[in-house]
Design a protein around this ligand. Structure first.
Ligand SMILES: Cc1cc2nc3c(=O)[nH]c(=O)nc-3n(C[C@H](O)[C@H](O)[C@H](O)COP(=O)(O)O)c2cc1C
Length: 196
């Protein structure tokens, strides 16, 4: 069975429209018998950003090659998954800081990336990352939107070949009803799942 890691950063939990879209995607995915889904709800984790002793501990462990230390469990879990699905709303042109803290904990030289003859290279097993988001405004290819662009860059950095975006735009514009926007996004999810 292939393992899908679902990283949930939908801060508003059950009130979150991003969570509604992600739940649709994940429950359809669960119908596919070849996948088992492991959920990591970031709001339930006690994630720490790097400062002082927490940063220094990391440097000491990496210098000794102690990759089995519990603090590297997020990186190990991520590196071993066959597919990655991440859900987070657009906040302040990117995503909630909690997701950045998670990424900070994921980037471990020797687990999720390494340095080879050609320079930095990704070491993750997954062949696809799906990023699910909803946004208040509509961005198209605007450089203002940095959530998806950042996640796509991380996907390349981790050595994950295929990056797929599932986005519902214009949720707060008052032009279209959010339910209608989500309905279209769910149809887009069905298309993505055909290729998954
Ligand atoms: C703290 C915060 C920051 C936001 N920043 C942006 C933004 O920069 N651009 C935008 O278009 N919408 C922004 N929004 C609106 C959300 O992207 C939009 O409402 C989204 O659908 C929220 O997803 P959720 O229902 O999953 O929480 C922001 C909302 C919040 C609460």
């Amino acid at each position: 069975m292939k393992k899908v890691l679902f990283v949930d950063c939908c801060i508003r939990r059950e009130n979150s429209r991003t969570k509604e879209l992600a739940d649709y995607f994940i429950s359809a995915l669960r119908q596919k018998t070849e996948y088992e889904v492991e959920t990591l709800c970031l709001m339930d984790e006690n994630l720490s950003y790097f400062s002082d002793g927490f940063f220094e501990q990391r440097e000491r462990l990496l210098a000794k090659g102690e990759f089995s230390h519990p603090r590297f469990r997020y990186a190990r879990e991520f590196a071993e998954a066959d597919k990655i699905v991440i859900a987070a709303p657009l906040w302040d042109l990117s995503f909630p800081a909690l997701l950045k803290v998670y990424i900070e904990n994921l980037c471990v030289d020797g687990i999720t990336f390494g340095c080879g003859a050609q320079g930095l290279e990704g070491k993750c097993k997954a062949d696809q990352m799906v990023y699910i988001t909803t946004r208040g405004g509509s961005y198209g290819n605007s450089p203002l939107e940095m959530g998806s662009r950042y996640m796509e860059a991380m996907s390349v950095f981790f050595g994950i070949d295929t990056y797929t975006l599932l986005a519902a735009d214009g949720m707060d514009e008052g032009v279209r009803a959010p339910e209608d926007i989500l309905k279209d996004a769910k149809a887009q999810a069905d298309e993505i799942l055909k290729q998954f």
